[in-house]
Design a binder for this molecule. Structure first.
Ligand SMILES: [Zn+2]
Length: 197
């Protein structure tokens, strides 16, 4: 189960980074423990009636898959829901005057509790995370970077240092080999000279 802070951290918003503003956050997933009727769910999540209070436009995007562009009528939080018979994905965006994200958190938790109470007691909620909207440094895993697989500036410097160290070690070994080769060559040269002399 997600905490309120974890939910807040995953709300979709814009974040200032050393590389400018970037989208941040990822969708939430409610996974069902049994097969549900997606058409019925889509109707429920778009009609605005209690207990869900979500009003929106629903469209069928595939066989047994619906998307709802909606609003939580209780706090005006914009909510986008994708629903199938096995899971639903929820996109929640931070919006102006949303009480530091608390309203969106309420919307998600209310939706989850109602899905459990009215459709599937065994449903589980998680954040998709790594949803392709924000990437962490491939080395330290802490600092955000603009593209997948990139390193943050500090880790980049560390990686270069390591590369130089490795290169120095290789050079040392090559030099050792050359010295050894020379030593043997001289030994053989002297031996041949002594033998012939
Ligand atoms: Zn890093």
């Amino acid at each position: 189960m997600l905490t309120r802070e974890e939910i807040k951290a995953n709300l979709i918003s814009a974040e200032k980074t050393p590389y400018g503003y970037r989208p941040k956050g990822s969708p939430f997933i409610i996974a069902f423990s049994k097969e549900l009727d997606p058409a019925k769910l889509a109707r429920t999540f778009s009609c605005g009636l209690p207990p869900f209070y979500i009003f929106g436009i629903k469209s069928k995007v595939a066989k047994d898959e619906y998307v709802i562009y909606g609003t939580d009528l209780q706090n005006s939080c914009p909510i986008e829901i994708e629903v199938t018979s096995k899971w639903m994905v929820i996109h929640l965006r931070r919006f102006p005057n949303d009480n530091d994200g608390e309203d969106c958190v309420d919307t998600l938790l209310r939706l989850f509790e109602n899905v459990k109470a009215h459709f599937d007691e065994g449903a589980t909620l998680k954040a998709e995370g790594g949803g392709g909207m924000s990437y962490k440094c491939a080395r330290c895993g802490k600092v955000e970077v603009p593209n997948e697989g990139e390193l943050c500036p500090d880790c980049q410097v560390e990686a270069w240092k390591e590369e130089v160290e490795l290169w120095e070690k290789e050079m040392e070994e090559i030099e050792k080999e050359i010295a050894e080769h020379k030593r043997r060559w001289i030994e053989e040269f002297l031996k041949e000279r002594d033998d012939s002399g």
